[in-house]
Design a protein around this ligand. Sequence first.
Ligand code: 13P
Length: 253
Amino acid sequence: MTLSSLTPRPLIAGNWKMNGLAEALDQARAVAAALDARPAAARVAICPPATLLHRLSETLEGSSVLTGGQDCHAKASGAHTGDIAASMLIDAGARLVILGHSERREDHGETSALVAAKVETALAAGLEPIICVGESLAQREAGAALEVVTAQVRESLPASLAGQAFSVAYEPIWAIGTGRTATVADIEEMHAAIRAQLVLIFGEAGKAPPILYGGSVKPDNAVEILRAAEVGGALVGGASLKAADFLAIIAAA
Ligand code: 13P
Protein backbone atom coordinates (compact mmCIF):
# COMPACT_ATOMS: atom_id res chain seq x y z
CA MET A 1 0.00 0.00 0.00
CA THR A 2 1.44 3.39 -0.92
CA LEU A 3 1.60 6.15 1.61
CA SER A 4 -0.84 8.32 -0.33
CA SER A 5 -3.51 5.64 -0.15
CA LEU A 6 -2.98 5.63 3.62
CA THR A 7 -3.36 9.37 3.93
CA PRO A 8 -6.91 10.42 4.79
CA ARG A 9 -8.46 13.76 3.94
CA PRO A 10 -7.67 16.56 6.37
CA LEU A 11 -10.18 17.09 9.15
CA ILE A 12 -11.40 20.49 10.26
CA ALA A 13 -13.38 20.12 13.48
CA GLY A 14 -15.14 22.88 15.36
CA ASN A 15 -15.20 22.55 19.14
CA TRP A 16 -17.99 24.76 20.42
CA LYS A 17 -17.03 23.97 24.04
CA MET A 18 -19.66 25.32 26.50
CA ASN A 19 -21.15 27.68 23.92
CA GLY A 20 -24.30 27.40 21.85
CA LEU A 21 -28.03 27.76 22.36
CA ALA A 22 -30.72 26.91 19.81
CA GLU A 23 -29.95 29.98 17.71
CA ALA A 24 -26.42 28.65 17.09
CA LEU A 25 -27.95 26.05 14.77
CA ASP A 26 -28.24 28.84 12.21
CA GLN A 27 -24.46 29.10 12.06
CA ALA A 28 -24.18 25.35 11.42
CA ARG A 29 -26.89 25.58 8.76
CA ALA A 30 -24.93 28.33 7.04
CA VAL A 31 -21.75 26.21 7.09
CA ALA A 32 -23.58 23.22 5.61
CA ALA A 33 -25.28 25.29 2.90
CA ALA A 34 -21.98 26.85 1.83
CA LEU A 35 -20.26 23.46 1.69
CA ASP A 36 -23.14 21.93 -0.26
CA ALA A 37 -22.72 24.69 -2.84
CA ARG A 38 -18.92 24.40 -2.83
CA PRO A 39 -17.67 21.10 -1.37
CA ALA A 40 -14.58 21.29 0.82
CA ALA A 41 -11.36 19.37 0.33
CA ALA A 42 -11.42 18.60 4.05
CA ARG A 43 -13.82 16.55 6.12
CA VAL A 44 -15.73 18.93 8.36
CA ALA A 45 -17.24 18.31 11.78
CA ILE A 46 -18.91 20.37 14.47
CA CYS A 47 -18.78 19.25 18.12
CA PRO A 48 -21.50 21.21 19.96
CA PRO A 49 -22.41 21.00 23.64
CA ALA A 50 -24.29 17.78 24.43
CA THR A 51 -27.60 19.62 24.75
CA LEU A 52 -27.46 20.62 21.07
CA LEU A 53 -26.00 17.45 19.62
CA HIS A 54 -29.20 15.73 18.57
CA ARG A 55 -30.73 18.89 17.12
CA LEU A 56 -27.50 19.70 15.31
CA SER A 57 -27.26 16.19 13.87
CA GLU A 58 -30.84 16.50 12.59
CA THR A 59 -30.15 19.97 11.22
CA LEU A 60 -27.09 18.69 9.33
CA GLU A 61 -28.61 15.44 8.11
CA GLY A 62 -27.97 15.01 4.40
CA SER A 63 -25.15 17.55 4.44
CA SER A 64 -21.42 16.83 4.36
CA VAL A 65 -20.90 18.18 7.89
CA LEU A 66 -20.42 15.53 10.59
CA THR A 67 -21.18 16.00 14.26
CA GLY A 68 -19.24 14.97 17.33
CA GLY A 69 -19.32 14.94 21.10
CA GLN A 70 -16.84 16.75 23.33
CA ASP A 71 -16.34 13.91 25.82
CA CYS A 72 -17.78 10.55 26.86
CA HIS A 73 -17.56 8.38 29.95
CA ALA A 74 -15.07 5.53 30.18
CA LYS A 75 -17.87 3.11 31.09
CA ALA A 76 -20.48 2.02 28.56
CA SER A 77 -23.44 2.84 30.85
CA GLY A 78 -24.44 2.93 34.50
CA ALA A 79 -24.74 5.09 37.60
CA HIS A 80 -22.71 8.14 36.55
CA THR A 81 -24.91 11.18 37.14
CA GLY A 82 -24.34 13.96 34.65
CA ASP A 83 -22.08 11.94 32.35
CA ILE A 84 -22.65 10.89 28.76
CA ALA A 85 -22.09 7.41 27.32
CA ALA A 86 -20.45 6.89 23.94
CA SER A 87 -23.57 5.04 22.74
CA MET A 88 -25.65 8.13 23.63
CA LEU A 89 -23.47 10.25 21.35
CA ILE A 90 -24.07 7.77 18.53
CA ASP A 91 -27.79 7.80 19.36
CA ALA A 92 -27.73 11.60 19.03
CA GLY A 93 -26.17 11.35 15.57
CA ALA A 94 -22.49 11.86 16.40
CA ARG A 95 -19.75 10.18 14.37
CA LEU A 96 -16.78 11.60 16.25
CA VAL A 97 -15.81 12.44 19.81
CA ILE A 98 -13.14 14.74 21.24
CA LEU A 99 -11.33 13.02 24.11
CA GLY A 100 -8.67 14.24 26.51
CA HIS A 101 -9.09 17.94 25.75
CA SER A 102 -6.81 19.97 28.05
CA GLU A 103 -9.91 21.60 29.56
CA ARG A 104 -11.12 18.13 30.58
CA ARG A 105 -7.66 17.17 31.81
CA GLU A 106 -7.44 20.41 33.86
CA ASP A 107 -11.05 20.98 34.99
CA HIS A 108 -11.87 17.33 35.65
CA GLY A 109 -8.48 15.85 36.52
CA GLU A 110 -8.49 13.50 33.54
CA THR A 111 -5.31 11.45 33.27
CA SER A 112 -3.94 9.93 30.09
CA ALA A 113 -4.90 6.50 31.45
CA LEU A 114 -8.51 7.64 31.79
CA VAL A 115 -8.41 9.14 28.31
CA ALA A 116 -7.16 5.79 26.94
CA ALA A 117 -10.08 4.03 28.65
CA LYS A 118 -12.50 6.54 27.10
CA VAL A 119 -10.95 5.94 23.68
CA GLU A 120 -11.59 2.18 24.07
CA THR A 121 -15.21 2.81 24.98
CA ALA A 122 -15.70 5.29 22.14
CA LEU A 123 -14.26 2.84 19.60
CA ALA A 124 -16.46 0.04 20.89
CA ALA A 125 -19.50 2.27 20.32
CA GLY A 126 -18.38 3.10 16.78
CA LEU A 127 -17.13 6.64 17.33
CA GLU A 128 -14.03 8.13 15.69
CA PRO A 129 -11.94 9.70 18.46
CA ILE A 130 -10.02 12.96 18.23
CA ILE A 131 -7.46 12.55 21.01
CA CYS A 132 -6.03 15.79 22.38
CA VAL A 133 -2.56 16.38 23.76
CA GLY A 134 -0.64 19.54 24.60
CA GLU A 135 1.78 21.09 27.04
CA SER A 136 1.32 23.99 29.44
CA LEU A 137 3.32 27.21 29.16
CA ALA A 138 5.40 26.25 32.21
CA GLN A 139 6.24 22.90 30.63
CA ARG A 140 7.25 24.58 27.36
CA GLU A 141 9.36 27.17 29.16
CA ALA A 142 11.05 24.36 31.10
CA GLY A 143 12.00 22.72 27.80
CA ALA A 144 9.76 19.74 28.52
CA ALA A 145 7.13 20.18 25.77
CA LEU A 146 8.26 17.31 23.51
CA GLU A 147 8.66 14.93 26.41
CA VAL A 148 5.25 15.82 27.93
CA VAL A 149 3.36 15.53 24.66
CA THR A 150 4.98 12.31 23.46
CA ALA A 151 4.25 10.75 26.87
CA GLN A 152 0.60 11.87 26.53
CA VAL A 153 0.45 10.22 23.10
CA ARG A 154 1.97 6.97 24.43
CA GLU A 155 -0.37 6.85 27.43
CA SER A 156 -3.62 8.15 25.90
CA LEU A 157 -3.71 5.92 22.80
CA PRO A 158 -4.69 2.30 23.48
CA ALA A 159 -3.44 -0.52 21.23
CA SER A 160 -7.03 -1.12 20.08
CA LEU A 161 -6.75 2.01 17.89
CA ALA A 162 -4.71 -0.06 15.41
CA GLY A 163 -6.54 -0.10 12.11
CA GLN A 164 -9.28 2.29 13.33
CA ALA A 165 -10.06 5.81 12.11
CA PHE A 166 -8.82 8.40 14.60
CA SER A 167 -6.86 11.62 14.82
CA VAL A 168 -4.56 13.26 17.34
CA ALA A 169 -4.94 16.98 18.05
CA TYR A 170 -1.89 18.91 19.27
CA GLU A 171 -3.19 21.84 21.27
CA PRO A 172 -0.57 23.75 23.27
CA ILE A 173 -2.52 24.95 26.30
CA TRP A 174 -0.99 28.42 26.18
CA ALA A 175 -2.31 28.91 22.63
CA ILE A 176 -5.94 28.01 23.44
CA GLY A 177 -8.26 31.00 23.48
CA THR A 178 -5.32 33.38 23.89
CA GLY A 179 -4.80 34.61 20.35
CA ARG A 180 -1.24 33.24 20.61
CA THR A 181 -0.33 30.47 18.20
CA ALA A 182 2.73 28.27 18.16
CA THR A 183 5.20 29.16 15.41
CA VAL A 184 5.16 27.00 12.30
CA ALA A 185 8.58 25.66 13.33
CA ASP A 186 7.26 24.67 16.77
CA ILE A 187 4.17 23.04 15.23
CA GLU A 188 6.28 21.09 12.71
CA GLU A 189 8.70 19.95 15.40
CA MET A 190 5.88 18.71 17.64
CA HIS A 191 3.86 17.11 14.85
CA ALA A 192 6.98 15.25 13.66
CA ALA A 193 7.52 13.97 17.20
CA ILE A 194 3.88 12.86 17.44
CA ARG A 195 4.13 11.11 14.05
CA ALA A 196 7.27 9.30 15.16
CA GLN A 197 5.45 8.17 18.31
CA LEU A 198 2.47 6.95 16.24
CA VAL A 199 4.80 4.93 14.02
CA LEU A 200 6.48 3.46 17.11
CA ILE A 201 3.10 2.37 18.44
CA PHE A 202 1.31 1.31 15.26
CA GLY A 203 4.11 0.67 12.75
CA GLU A 204 3.44 1.69 9.12
CA ALA A 205 -0.25 2.31 9.94
CA GLY A 206 0.88 5.09 12.30
CA LYS A 207 1.62 7.21 9.22
CA ALA A 208 -2.08 7.52 8.39
CA PRO A 209 -3.96 9.26 11.23
CA PRO A 210 -4.21 13.02 10.72
CA ILE A 211 -2.46 15.16 13.33
CA LEU A 212 -4.58 18.27 13.87
CA TYR A 213 -3.32 21.55 15.29
CA GLY A 214 -5.49 23.53 17.69
CA GLY A 215 -4.99 26.80 19.52
CA SER A 216 -6.21 30.16 18.22
CA VAL A 217 -6.62 28.96 14.63
CA LYS A 218 -8.25 31.88 12.79
CA PRO A 219 -8.99 32.77 9.17
CA ASP A 220 -5.82 34.89 9.02
CA ASN A 221 -3.39 32.19 10.19
CA ALA A 222 -5.13 29.07 8.87
CA VAL A 223 -3.33 28.88 5.50
CA GLU A 224 0.10 29.04 7.09
CA ILE A 225 -0.74 26.49 9.78
CA LEU A 226 -2.56 24.04 7.52
CA ARG A 227 0.31 24.10 5.02
CA ALA A 228 2.85 23.10 7.65
CA ALA A 229 4.43 19.65 7.45
CA GLU A 230 2.42 16.90 9.17
CA VAL A 231 -0.56 19.17 9.87
CA GLY A 232 -3.58 17.13 8.83
CA GLY A 233 -6.26 19.57 9.88
CA ALA A 234 -7.36 21.80 12.72
CA LEU A 235 -9.39 21.68 15.90
CA VAL A 236 -10.99 25.10 16.08
CA GLY A 237 -12.53 26.67 19.16
CA GLY A 238 -13.66 30.31 19.09
CA ALA A 239 -13.47 30.73 15.33
CA SER A 240 -15.83 27.79 14.78
CA LEU A 241 -18.72 29.64 16.41
CA LYS A 242 -19.21 31.98 13.43
CA ALA A 243 -20.00 30.41 10.07
CA ALA A 244 -17.98 32.93 8.07
CA ASP A 245 -14.81 32.41 10.12
CA PHE A 246 -15.18 28.63 10.21
CA LEU A 247 -15.78 28.52 6.45
CA ALA A 248 -12.66 30.61 5.81
CA ILE A 249 -10.60 28.10 7.84
CA ILE A 250 -12.22 25.16 6.01
CA ALA A 251 -11.36 26.80 2.68
CA ALA A 252 -7.71 26.99 3.74
CA ALA A 253 -7.44 23.20 4.11
P1 13P B 1 -9.42 28.27 20.35
O1 13P B 1 -9.45 28.05 18.86
O2 13P B 1 -10.57 29.09 20.87
O3 13P B 1 -8.07 28.76 20.79
O4 13P B 1 -9.63 26.82 21.02
C1 13P B 1 -8.83 25.77 20.62
C2 13P B 1 -9.36 24.53 21.23
O5 13P B 1 -9.20 24.29 22.42
C3 13P B 1 -10.10 23.61 20.35
O6 13P B 1 -10.34 22.39 21.00
